[in-house]
Design a binder for this molecule. Sequence first.
Ligand code: NG1
Ligand code: ZN
Length: 544
Amino acid sequence: MAQWQEVSEKSKLHPKPVGLVLQYGTAGFRTNADHLDHVMFRMGLLATLRSINTKAIIGVMVTASHNPEEDNGVKLIDPMGEMLTPAWEVYATQLANAEQDHLITVLKDLVQKESIDLTNQEAEVFVGRDTRSSSARLSDAVLDGVTALDGRSKDYGLVTTPQLHYMVCCCNTRGGYGKASVEGYYSKLSQAFIQLTKSAPNRTDDQKCLLVDGANGIGALKLREMEPYLQGALKVSLFCDGTGGKLNHQCGADFVKVQQNSPKGIVMKAGERCCSFDGDADRIVYYYSDDHGRFHLLDGDKIATLISTFLKELLTKAGLDLKIAVVQTAYANGSSTRYLEDTMKVIVRCAKTGVKHLHHVAQEFDIGVYFEANGHGTVLFSKAAEAKIQQLCDDSEGERQGAATLLKNSVDLINQTVGDAISDMLLIEAILAIKGMTVQQWDAIYTDLPNRQLKVKVSDRRVIDTKDAERKTVSPAGLQEAIDRLVERHQDGRSFVRPSGTEDVVRVYSEAATQESADALGHEVSLAVYRLAGGVGGEPKPLE
Ligand code: NG1
Ligand code: ZN
């Protein structure tokens, strides 16, 4: 077939470094930007085949999220705006790693396995990119891949990851989810936000102010673009807006969460509400500094708690019997899980790291609130739940109708396709306004257990195998027993380890009654990993 010959020729313009092997990680491929041109071209091919296969538009986002500016990566988006289905992650890996002379065989295998009919089939791929200097040329490589298989493409240029998810969903639902443009996105979210905050008439100008760290990335650009649509309902002071600093460098949601400290250079007044996006604006964390200058982080767990409490109260007021659950990962602070289960009496589920896993579990409920502790998350409403909310808006009156309308506006404000820093931020701001809550009051709902996240380098992180949503290890032999013995020595101790899906490290998490204890436990478990799982480089040192 002539087409295969053409694909093969075009592929030579995007040569694969011989021997380079990449894994489809927690959320796609991610590595130094210099090694990704061939991957991008091939993901263009893959997205085109997936589009024919699903008879729907597929999205390809060029970004390495919270990782350094020098890195890049790619995230694939399935028809309803969700992440690429796991079966196709396998094809993605095979394609990315095929040597040039084997590429066509791999493609043909895929076409055969999925019974893809290449004749007279329309394919369309939406492409977006973040602000990295390498992103423009890499997204061109994706577009080349689409063209090589005669697919149509639409280049959205600079957009946040969740904006591209939104576009894909809008088009595949023929506008049912909204208008597939950035203006459509801004209008939909802004209108919902303005409607919601009308229920907080006593909101002062002070309460409308929010400091936002844009991680020097796309989120800053897009938030600035959105501001006019918000009509003064939120007064954003944007810093790390990309005009000076480097992407994700000493700023952004990941820096703040991992360092448990504010971004470098930001001046926070005591009690002022601040939040940080990550490099592609699909994560958000909040924080503030108290009267003694102490830093307080409100992470994904605190966000999930605030949102689920708000929604549960509205369900009660509306008299709606819908099953609501919170989905977390093993990284969720133990205090949050206890509070949600014991005080809030909501169902809590633990999923493996990676939002695709949380998303999947959240779909089992009428309302599934899912958040990773790092601030990536959203809320899913089942079709039946949305219909019941709509019906109540139409048919009821008084307090019930008021609550149903708030629920309906919340549905419109939430980006259900994926975690979205802008949408999450607006929802949180609306909830705080409606509940008349300060950031301190929100923080005081429960007290986090002190915790620590560490990394250990090992020669092959695949030697670590886990079970029970990554809370226990099954290999290497003896590691879980060692962790159990160490945990026992610390009050309220909990620790687990897992191989990272995005970095060549083993991640260690620990929490305990005091910071000293959490740090000591983290160090002791790191040593156990180093000794039992083939550590490389020097032994992990205790924290200073
Ligand atoms: P890995 O590297 O697999 O731990 C990290 C985050 C995930 C997720 C992905 C994708 C932690 C501990 N892990 O995955 O939650 O966000 O990156 O970006 O934060
Ligand atoms: Zn991200």
